[in-house]
Design a binder for this molecule. Structure first.
Ligand code: ATR
Length: 280
């Protein structure tokens, strides 16, 4: 039987086994997908054993805090992983370790499924400049979105991403938010921030969003999926915009790995979505 893993530290929270387990069953594949908790100090050794096929794995997923190390230690990271400096999907070919990053693919594939036509805009605004933000910026830039504004509390991190991803990306602090929203057709929250309730105007607060400045047909999406409808998405919906929650990205980012390890390109169905929702 073919086997794959998800490696992280900690790993208990991971929902990947449920996703891959569903597909294994669905496609009648005799295989296994296992959680592996590996301390950062032991990660190099984990990959060494993987290469020697001692473990019997075809490959696996990598999550926090190993994504950067996975990229650095892989023999053949692809161009996406290279530019991000992080990998979330590993597979073996002839004893060599290949790596890619499917987070951006997952983001885009989900929008394509839920809001086809979402990319019919010249301008996107991305809130946040962390790891998830990078994968999303890369993916929407590669899709051809002409201008991407990155807004971050720490302005310098937004500027750094603009340098990394090229001339169509602009970095800003929170103060620029409402200027760059003008006419934007895509607004993405990649921060873990809950939006401020009227009662807590503290450091956890989102900057106020002038929803009326967005393009009329704008799509608003969040990468957070607990709760499924975040305060950010709730406000966007109430302002009349199409919204897409963060769960779909998680489901879709799993597709390329499953295909590599088990040989079938799996489908993200509503049944799978409901299965995960029941467990949130
Ligand atoms: P991930 O890998 O999930 O993207 P990350 O790399 O830790 O997580 O990035 C977290 C993002 O959320 C950052 O953009 C961070 O802003 P800073 O760069 O200024 O830290 C943003 N973030 C987290 N908590 C925040 C808060 N209380 N207020 C504003 N931004 C916050």
């Amino acid at each position: 039987a073919k086997r794959a893993f998800v490696v992280g530290y900690p790993i208990s929270h991971s929902r990947s086994p449920m996703i891959h387990g569903y597909w294994l069953k669905q496609y009648g594949i005799l295989g296994a997908y296992e959680k592996r908790a590996v301390d950062p100090a032991d990660f190099t050794e984990f990959l060494a054993k993987l290469r020697e096929s001692e473990s019997g794995y075809q490959g696996g997923n990598v999550t926090i805090p190993h994504k950067e190390s996975a990229y650095q230690l892989a023999d053949y990271p692809d161009a996406l992983a290279e530019e991000l400096g992080a990998a979330n999907t590993l597979w073996l070919e002839n004893g060599a370790l290949y790596a890619t990053n499917t987070d951006g693919y997952g983001f885009i594939a989900n929008l394509d499924q839920q809001q086809p036509g979402w990319d019919n805009t010249g301008c996107a605004v991305v809130l946040g400049a962390g790891g998830a933000s990078r994968a999303i910026i890369q993916a929407i830039r590669n899709r051809g979105i002409a201008k991407i504004h990155v807004i971050n509390r720490t302005k310098e991190k937004a500027h750094e991403l603009a340098r990394r991803f090229g001339p169509t990306i602009e970095g800003h602090g929170f103060d620029a938010l409402n200027d760059v929203l003008q006419g934007a057709g895509l607004l993405i929250n990649t921060t873990s921030l809950g939006m401020s309730k009227a009662s807590n105007a503290d450091s956890e607060a989102f900057p106020t969003i002038a929803w009326e400045k967005l393009a009329e047909n704008a799509v608003v999406t969040d990468i957070v999926y607990v709760p499924l409808e975040t305060e950010f998405l709730r406000r966007a919906r109430e302002a009349g915009f199409a919204t897409v929650d963060g769960l779909g990205m998680l489901l879709h980012q799993a597709v390329p790995g499953f295909e590599k390890w088990f040989g079938v390109r799996p489908e993200v169905t509503d049944e799978l979505r409901q299965l995960i929702i029941a467990d949130l």
